[in-house]
Design a protein around this ligand. Structure first.
Ligand code: ZN
Length: 219
């Protein structure tokens, strides 16, 4: 449906990532700078695909300890207990806090997995120069970016439970390595989403066979 789209890059225009001014390229120039704020300009984010892949793969690796290792240790006079995300959800469910169990399940298990999966799909689709509806893919990218800022929700849940337990009992609660791994997954997926250049989605719709060949300079 989008055949015949011309991109700004093909017409010789750069967009500034900082101040969003559109700057026309100077033929023969090796180093493009924004004419307003002086930011270095690129047709597309440099090495977007490989950087996104590196962040995504690290995210996948850390997703395992985030779910296996305990996120919370509880020590009281009588017992010591370690909870993973899943055992915490089971505990919340069993103790009747269904809403909280649901929130933690969605925020800690489904959302990070969905974000990793969507970004992987987007990167693969760009690499294979897929023509799958670019508008739909752009919307998917927007969703990933939007939920990025809400993904720390369960870290808040852990923090609040730590505070509540410490206020109401003699127990001490500390944060486990699983929570550190989880936080890293959230940050890595946010960085991966930042590194991914959504304009690449539209490049496969553009008239020219490949933009990557002209990414080093404009001739
Ligand atoms: Zn600028």
């Amino acid at each position: 449906m989008n055949g015949g789209v011309m991109t700004a890059a093909q017409l010789g225009f750069y967009g500034c990532p900082i101040c969003h001014r559109v700057t026309e390229s100077i033929p023969g120039a090796t180093d493009a700078r924004c004419s307003r704020c002086g930011e270095r300009l690129h047709w597309r984010k440099p090495n977007s695909i490989s950087r996104t892949w590196a962040l995504l793969l690290t995210g996948y690796l850390l997703y395992i300890p985030a779910n296996i290792l305990p996120v919370m240790h509880t020590d009281s006079l009588f017992s010591a207990q370690s909870d993973t995300i899943m055992s915490g959800i089971v505990y919340l469910w069993a103790s009747g806090s269904w809403a909280l169990a649901g929130i933690v399940l969605i925020a800690s298990i489904f959302v990070p997995a969905a974000k990793l999966a969507i970004l992987t799909f987007l990167v693969l689709s760009v690499q294979r120069r897929s023509t799958w509806d670019p508008l739909d893919r752009t919307k998917m990218y927007r969703v990933v970016e939007f939920i990025g800022r809400w993904s720390m929700l369960d870290i808040f849940v852990v923090t609040i439970s730590v505070a509540l337990v410490q206020m109401h009992s003699f127990a001490t609660v500390s944060v486990g390595l699983g929570a550190v791994a989880f936080g890293a997954v959230v940050v890595l997926t946010m960085l991966a989403a930042k590194q991914f250049d959504p304009r690449l989605i539209w490049d496969s719709q553009a008239d020219a066979p490949s933009l990557r060949e002209s990414t080093d300079g404009h001739s």
